[in-house]
Design a protein around this ligand. Structure first.
Ligand SMILES: Cc1ncc(COP(=O)(O)O)c(C=O)c1O
Length: 314
């Protein structure tokens, strides 16, 4: 038994109180991914990427691993690389909350923090900030002849959710999922979970959740690249892992609604999630409100509220 055996098989909670609070009909199922060892869904991605790379030979025994992270993939990689014996360097924008950097270091990672773009705001990471992180990642990969655990393009990012999260979710919801809503960063979990759900039910609907100010995947112009929902919404119009054939619609959520929903989720349901968890639940409730039928909607609680204690979320 190792910590790797504890990744996945997370529980699902039906959010009856949130649904009743809005006087809605239907069901919202939330898969509590913060109960993974690194407190986010990205433990699964880290495990699958490293497992696949070791299997296909792109990652040699003891080789250094480098990745750009908003903290969650890095935490997962710190745990997984530690278990497999690979040194790991996490490269993160200073715009992300600092408890993430401290957690990665505690788990054995080396953390490189990259300054934000000149007009950057702490707690809000933009596409411009990420571009700066990307430059540093490339330098480190060259310097250490490292393996890049690229969550934005490697198939493991999708496979983790296609082979595990999605099938678990379907079984735990008793096969009663009409729609899946997901706030998108790399789109790994959206594409992976949707592929799994469509394999068992071809008409399950998929909705991409985006920040209202930067709903660019829906085709809207970005009004700003700054928002509070850490982990995604980077205003990139194309994402290599987003399979558009699985998208039935786009749902935009604004910061205030997200924060209000995240707090309410903690109070009413005992779910202590991060901003993107609140974004997913807010989008699910809005979708339920718009729906003529009392449908069942599934979503992920992507990470823990504990990762945001240095912010004003709680
Ligand atoms: C907290 C959080 N929510 C949502 C996402 C987006 O997930 P994905 O990359 O699977 O689209 C991430 C990605 O890092 C995240 O850390």
């Amino acid at each position: 038994m190792s910590v790797l055996d504890l990744i996945g098989s997370t529980p699902v909670l039906q959010l009856n109180r949130m649904v009743s609070h809005r006087a809605l009909r239907g069901r919202v199922f939330l898969k509590l991914e913060y109960l993974n060892p690194g407190h986010s869904k990205k433990d699964r991605v880290a495990l699958e990427i490293i497992r696949e790379a070791r299997f296909d030979g792109s990652l040699a025994l003891g080789q250094t691993v480098v990745e750009l992270t908003s903290g969650n993939t890095g935490t997962g990689l710190a745990i997984v690389c530690g278990a497999f014996g690979h040194p790991f360097i996490a490269v993160m924008s200073r715009g992300n909350s600092m408890e993430r950097a401290r957690m990665m270091e505690a788990l054995g990672a080396t953390v490189e923090l990259v300054d934000q773009a000149p007009d950057g705001t702490s707690g809000q990471v933009s596409g411009a900030d990420l571009a700066l992180v990307e430059i540093r990642v490339r330098q480190l990969v060259d310097k250490f002849d490292a393996f890049r655990a690229d969550q934005f393009s490697l198939p493991g990012s999708v496979h983790a959710h296609e082979f595990y999260t999605g099938p678990e979710l379907w079984a735990q919801c008793g096969g009663q999922v009409d729609a899946f809503v997901d706030f998108v960063g790399s789109a790994g979990s959206f594409t992976g979970v949707m592929r799994a759900l469509r394999k068992v039910r071809s008409d399950v609907r998929g909705y991409v959740v985006e920040p209202a100010v930067a709903a660019v995947l829906s085709g809207a112009q970005a009004r700003s690249t700054y928002h509070r929902i850490q982990g995604g919404g980077y205003a990139m119009t194309e994402l290599p892992l987003l399979d558009r054939s699985l998208v039935d619609g786009y749902l935009a959520v604004d910061d205030d609604t997200v924060i209000r929903t995240t707090r309410l989720l903690a109070r009413l349901e005992g779910v202590f999630g991060g901003f993107s968890t609140g974004a997913n639940v807010a989008a699910a409730l809005n979708l339920l409100e718009e729906s003529d039928e009392p449908i069942s909607i599934a979503a992920l609680a992507c990470d823990s509220g504990l990762k945001y204690m240095s912010t004003d979320l709680y």
